[in-house]
Design a protein around this ligand. Structure first.
Ligand SMILES: *[C@@H]1O[C@H](CO)[C@@H](O)[C@H](O)[C@H]1NC(C)=O
Ligand SMILES: *[C@@H]1O[C@H](CO)[C@@H](O)[C@H](O)[C@H]1NC(C)=O
Length: 216
């Protein structure tokens, strides 16, 4: 009886797993995105397979350094389904990140993807914070060739800890990982979150909050 119960529980769990599985379960060879279609679907409409060619599965330009002349001192060049239509339904994408000396990729999360990053040039301090209540910072300094993984949904960042440019390449487990940059989302929402809400939430004076809101 307990063996049967175990078997049944395992099957039930597997059904639950299948229900929670998302994105990387294509039901055909490919579904190259047709960005011109007006149909609303979860993802993008497929182009007719007959009209699909090699260019739908390729992107050129990740050898080009991104422009890091901005307050962060970093630039993300993304290759998601928006740039590479062949990624539609495949559950994967890629970015190149350039960092000026001491540049940062500020704290952000990807609501739909885990990210695995490798340093191609320079050295980076990287980290992520675990969810409540621990909010533990997991951090490490990476050298060229080192790999680090940022689990899905967790707040993470990188900083170039060198006086030369740094470059990283990262893969993400979604065709459309999404980015929520914490400061921009909280202090730069449109319209603003009431400054008294943020003042209480961050234990700040409202004038400091308004100052931050003006920046973002
Ligand atoms: C990089 O960005 C800055 C600021 O937007 C701009 O002034 C500069 O011309 C850009 N450099 C290149 C090489 O595109
Ligand atoms: C910093 O980088 C983030 C993520 O790339 C971007 O959303 C934000 O606008 C940048 N902030 C500034 C001040 O350039």
């Amino acid at each position: 009886m307990s063996t049967n119960f175990l078997l049944l529980s395992t099957i039930a769990l597997c059904i639950i797993c299948a229900v929670f599985a998302f994105e990387p379960s294509p039901l055909q060879d490919f579904c190259v995105a047709d960005p011109t279609s007006s149909a609303r679907v979860n993802g993008q409409v497929c182009k007719s397979p007959g009209s699909v060619g090699a260019n739908d599965f390729s992107f050129s330009g990740l050898h080009i350094p991104g422009n890091t002349s901005n307050p962060n001192g970093s630039r993300v060049t993304a290759v998601t389904v928006a740039q590479l239509p062949g990624l539609n339904t495949l559950g994967i994408s890629m970015v190149r990140i350039d960092y000026a000396a001491w540049g940062i990729n500020p704290p952000h999360t990807h609501p739909r993807a885990t990210e695995i990053l490798t340093v191609i040039e320079g050295s980076l301090e990287v980290g992520f914070v675990t969810s409540n209540p621990d909010n533990r910072l997991i951090t490490k300094t990476l050298q060229k060739g080192d790999v680090f993984v940022f689990p899905i949904g967790l707040v993470h960042f990188q900083r170039n800890v060198g006086t030369k440019n740094a470059v990283a390449i990262a893969a993400l487990s979604s065709q459309n990982p999404g980015v929520i940059t914490i400061a921009n989302a909280v202090f730069g929402s449109k319209p603003d979150i009431s400054s008294d809400v943020l003042a209480k939430a961050f234990q700040l004076d409202q004038s400091v909050v308004r100052n931050l809101q003006a920046k973002f």
